[in-house]
Design a protein around this ligand. Sequence first.
Ligand SMILES: NC(=O)c1ccc[n+]([C@@H]2O[C@H](COP(=O)([O-])OP(=O)(O)OC[C@H]3O[C@@H](n4cnc5c(N)ncnc54)[C@H](OP(=O)(O)O)[C@@H]3O)[C@@H](O)[C@H]2O)c1
Length: 258
Amino acid sequence: MPTALITGASGGIGKAFAEEYAARNNNLVLVARSEEKLNQLASELQAKHNVKVDVIVKDLTQPGSTLDVFNYTKNQGITIDTLINNAGFGDYGDFAERDGERQVQIVQLNVLALVDLTHKYLPLMRQQHSGDIINIASIAAFQPIPYMSVYAASKAFVLSFSESLWAENRGLGIRVLCVCPGPIDTNFFTAAKFPPTIAAKNTQITKVETVVKDTFQALERGESMAVSGGLTSHLIPKLSRLVPRKTLVSVLEKQFKT
Ligand SMILES: NC(=O)c1ccc[n+]([C@@H]2O[C@H](COP(=O)([O-])OP(=O)(O)OC[C@H]3O[C@@H](n4cnc5c(N)ncnc54)[C@H](OP(=O)(O)O)[C@@H]3O)[C@@H](O)[C@H]2O)c1
């Protein structure tokens, strides 16, 4: 039975991926900080789908955490067929006034942990001549976002990095896909401390199940990137190419200011 490793599996999009991969007869390795939520999900999925679920309780912003994850799977003899780099968070506000450590942690989780886990598992997938790497970016990847500056930049990195890896690995049996969701009904906006007035502007909220469905469709089509969300989310990548960057960032500054 193949195994999917999912970071940020304790809730939101990661949990939805865990449910779908278990339903498709995959064993799972679930990573996040919330031990209780992970163990509860593991019990549910094991009972419902008769799959093996390993839980790794880990804060992926911490040095050595990705190596711990890798060593765990290695020591358990678990081969990872699908790596879903999903764990991520943002932080709303004026960069200069926000907590500096939190800004660095966004980069550590959204960028460094993702690069490091990919670099650890990709060579093993190459040896097997098969594997899927799914990196969760965002529509924030397509333009700078004032008051979400580090988050948007981190997702631009994920998009660029993933598309390069897609090209480097096509033809080697490895599918690399960058998923760019629009606003989704998860804990993301609460965790990012979005003011209700700004969060309320997200009128086209998509369900986590849609992200999972769009991901499988894009994988099957061999896409390098997939936007998941409403019409506005699909227009954003196109508009961001047409509108001059200075105009775009000025408009977004007004939109995201409280
Ligand atoms: N929701 C949206 O509107 C949206 C839109 C575009 C992209 N995304 C992206 O989708 C991904 C999943 O987010 P979500 O919407 O599902 O939000 P969420 O409900 O807040 O889930 C985030 C997940 O990441 C985990 N996580 C957070 N910090 C972590 C850390 N330091 N170490 C390990 N795991 C950590 C959380 O688990 P613990 O708290 O248990 O650690 C949780 O499982 C993120 O990369 C996000 O940027 C979300």
